[in-house]
Design a protein around this ligand. Structure first.
Ligand SMILES: Nc1ncnc2c1ncn2[C@@H]1O[C@H](COP(=O)(O)OP(=O)(O)OP(=O)(O)O)[C@@H](O)[C@H]1O
Ligand SMILES: [Mg+2]
Length: 300
């Protein structure tokens, strides 16, 4: 090879190397830019999830702060009137066949001395050696204080006092769902419709955060609860009947990692399959000393 040719080859090699280098530089720059973009998109997404969680917490707090009392249905601050009720742990397989009116009249006479008393804020607590509790069913006759217990639980959580391991509480008051019980929708769609603050929340949220669904008043909706017949669904965006969504949520096919607290009058509570009830509790009303506290608070 002549000297001039050698020089040309050397020149071309250097040029090629330079080209590769700059192409690599360009590529890694675009990869870095892509990474930065997806990082900022993720940041934006998680910021919107956190904002949604905070908004939902403050909306729930506002809703649970007051209760309607007496025949006049006047509003009172929960903080002011709340009095601890007797809630006892029951055998989760127990089927209560007594008529509810009879139970209502005798609830205060039941012997609670042998029963283990549980506070509403402790219903998901368990001993270390016990299996975690996914679904708690709380039964109680009409007007005994199930909804008030739910409000107390929510308020203590929203005020940062109790159950701080939970990121989000979703309240499904079944009385309010009667109007839409014939509509087909997904769980995600249903929640977006019920709670504007969850409108922009990504589906990932259901898996990355600890959620408790509170189904208040299972007896207050006229649904067949066809646990056996409903199509199994495990996707929060899959459309189904409200009956299908509720039964799949209760059995844990839908969001198995979410916790569930169902309140109901006794007969409807027994429609929940025993294998889905990890803990059953019953609200038995006020004991004598609690009645005194209640009346003193009422007269203040
Ligand atoms: N722990 C409590 N402290 C003070 N007042 C209470 C308490 N529990 C219930 N009450 C009073 O009783 C009323 C009825 O209670 P609540 O609505 O919780 O009953 P419920 O068990 O949910 O009844 P239903 O089965 O009809 O839904 C409340 O509006 C409130 O006035
Ligand atoms: Mg109620």
């Amino acid at each position: 090879m002549t000297r001039a040719r050698r020089k040309k080859v050397k020149f071309n090699t250097i040029r090629l190397k330079g080209g590769i280098k700059s192409a690599l530089k360009k590529k890694s720059r675009s990869i870095l830019e892509g990474l930065a973009q997806s990082k900022s998109a993720l940041k934006k997404k998680s910021r919107s999830i956190l904002e949604g969680l905070a908004q939902s917490k403050s909306a729930l707090k506002k809703k649970s702060r007051s209760i309607l009392e007496g025949l006049a249905q006047s509003k009172s601050a929960l903080k002011k009137v709340y009095t601890e009720t007797y809630m006892v742990a029951c055998d989760s397989a127990t089927v209560n066949k007594e008529h509810e009116v009879w139970q209502a009249e005798t609830a205060h006479l039941q012997d609670t001395s042998g029963a283990s008393i549980i506070k509403c804020q402790d219903i998901f607590k368990h001993d270390e050696e016990e299996e975690p509790i996914r679904c708690v069913v709380t039964k109680g006759v009409a007007g005994i204080g199930k909804t008030v217990a739910v409000q107390k639980f929510i308020l203590d959580w929203a005020n940062g006092i109790e159950n701080q391991n939970l990121d989000l509480l979703i309240l499904l008051s079944l009385r309010d769902l009667n109007l839409i019980k014939h509509r087909q929708c997904s769980l995600h769609g249903l929640l977006q419709g019920l709670y504007p603050e969850l409108k922009d929340i990504d589906i990932k949220m259901y898996f990355d955060h600890k959620i408790l669904f509170i189904i208040d008043g299972l007896d207050e909706i006229q649904l067949p609860l066809e646990f056996q017949k409903n199509i199994p669904i495990s996707d929060v965006s899959e459309s189904a009947t409200l009956d299908g969504i509720l039964t799949n949520l209760i059995t844990g096919r839908l969001l198995p990692n979410a916790l569930l607290w169902i309140t109901s009058r006794p007969v409807a509570a027994n429609r929940i399959p025993p294998e889905s009830r990890d803990r059953v509790t019953e609200i038995r009303g006020f004991g004598d000393s609690q009645k005194d506290v209640y009346f003193i608070k009422g007269n203040q």
